[in-house]
Design a protein. Sequence first.
Length: 110
Amino acid sequence: MIRWWRRPAPQPHGLPIERLAADLRRLLRLHGELAASAHAGLCAHRLWAVEAAIGTRAIEAAIALGVRHPHPSRSATLTPAELSILLAELTSAGLSLPGRFGHFTTDGRL
Protein backbone atom coordinates (compact mmCIF):
# COMPACT_ATOMS: atom_id res chain seq x y z
CA MET A 1 0.00 0.00 0.00
CA ILE A 2 1.36 3.40 -1.02
CA ARG A 3 0.62 6.31 1.28
CA TRP A 4 0.63 9.78 -0.12
CA TRP A 5 1.54 12.58 2.16
CA ARG A 6 0.47 16.06 1.36
CA ARG A 7 3.21 18.55 1.90
CA PRO A 8 1.83 21.51 3.82
CA ALA A 9 1.53 24.69 1.81
CA PRO A 10 4.38 27.11 2.51
CA GLN A 11 3.45 29.76 5.01
CA PRO A 12 4.85 33.29 4.88
CA HIS A 13 7.24 34.29 7.62
CA GLY A 14 6.06 37.39 9.47
CA LEU A 15 3.40 39.90 8.56
CA PRO A 16 2.36 40.62 4.97
CA ILE A 17 4.37 43.44 3.39
CA GLU A 18 1.18 45.51 2.95
CA ARG A 19 0.61 45.40 6.71
CA LEU A 20 4.23 46.33 7.43
CA ALA A 21 4.03 49.28 5.02
CA ALA A 22 0.75 50.49 6.55
CA ASP A 23 2.21 50.23 10.06
CA LEU A 24 5.33 52.16 9.01
CA ARG A 25 3.27 54.92 7.39
CA ARG A 26 1.09 55.19 10.53
CA LEU A 27 4.11 55.26 12.86
CA LEU A 28 5.94 57.84 10.73
CA ARG A 29 2.82 60.04 10.69
CA LEU A 30 2.52 59.71 14.49
CA HIS A 31 6.22 60.51 14.89
CA GLY A 32 5.82 63.66 12.81
CA GLU A 33 2.84 64.76 14.88
CA LEU A 34 4.68 64.15 18.16
CA ALA A 35 7.85 65.89 16.98
CA ALA A 36 5.86 68.94 15.81
CA SER A 37 3.80 69.11 18.99
CA ALA A 38 4.13 72.17 21.20
CA HIS A 39 4.37 69.72 24.09
CA ALA A 40 7.18 67.67 22.55
CA GLY A 41 9.20 67.89 25.77
CA LEU A 42 6.39 66.20 27.66
CA CYS A 43 6.10 63.32 25.21
CA ALA A 44 9.81 62.64 24.60
CA HIS A 45 9.56 59.11 26.00
CA ARG A 46 6.61 58.37 23.73
CA LEU A 47 8.57 59.76 20.78
CA TRP A 48 11.45 57.39 21.57
CA ALA A 49 9.02 54.45 21.83
CA VAL A 50 7.53 55.32 18.42
CA GLU A 51 11.04 55.46 16.94
CA ALA A 52 11.81 52.02 18.38
CA ALA A 53 8.59 50.69 16.79
CA ILE A 54 9.55 52.29 13.46
CA GLY A 55 12.94 50.56 13.66
CA THR A 56 11.35 47.19 14.39
CA ARG A 57 8.85 47.44 11.52
CA ALA A 58 11.51 48.78 9.15
CA ILE A 59 13.75 45.78 9.85
CA GLU A 60 10.79 43.40 9.38
CA ALA A 61 10.01 45.08 6.05
CA ALA A 62 13.68 44.89 5.03
CA ILE A 63 13.71 41.17 5.76
CA ALA A 64 10.53 40.69 3.72
CA LEU A 65 11.94 42.68 0.77
CA GLY A 66 15.49 41.34 0.95
CA VAL A 67 16.93 44.79 1.72
CA ARG A 68 20.22 45.09 3.62
CA HIS A 69 19.48 45.85 7.29
CA PRO A 70 20.97 45.84 10.80
CA HIS A 71 20.54 42.74 12.95
CA PRO A 72 16.95 42.55 14.29
CA SER A 73 18.12 42.68 17.90
CA ARG A 74 19.33 46.24 17.26
CA SER A 75 15.95 47.65 16.18
CA ALA A 76 15.45 49.67 19.37
CA THR A 77 18.97 51.11 19.24
CA LEU A 78 19.30 52.25 15.63
CA THR A 79 20.97 55.62 15.34
CA PRO A 80 19.00 58.38 13.63
CA ALA A 81 21.27 58.05 10.57
CA GLU A 82 20.82 54.24 10.42
CA LEU A 83 17.06 54.58 10.70
CA SER A 84 16.91 57.23 7.97
CA ILE A 85 19.14 55.17 5.67
CA LEU A 86 17.06 52.03 6.24
CA LEU A 87 13.81 53.87 5.49
CA ALA A 88 15.34 55.39 2.33
CA GLU A 89 16.50 51.94 1.19
CA LEU A 90 13.01 50.53 1.79
CA THR A 91 11.57 53.36 -0.31
CA SER A 92 14.11 52.59 -3.06
CA ALA A 93 13.01 48.95 -2.93
CA GLY A 94 9.45 50.05 -3.72
CA LEU A 95 7.84 50.45 -0.29
CA SER A 96 5.48 53.41 -0.30
CA LEU A 97 6.47 55.67 2.61
CA PRO A 98 6.17 59.41 3.24
CA GLY A 99 8.76 61.40 1.31
CA ARG A 100 10.26 63.07 4.38
CA PHE A 101 11.20 61.42 7.64
CA GLY A 102 11.22 63.32 10.93
CA HIS A 103 14.09 64.12 13.23
CA PHE A 104 14.91 60.88 15.00
CA THR A 105 16.40 60.69 18.47
CA THR A 106 17.86 57.60 20.11
CA ASP A 107 17.52 58.63 23.74
CA GLY A 108 14.07 60.21 23.90
CA ARG A 109 15.43 63.77 24.09
CA LEU A 110 14.72 66.42 21.51
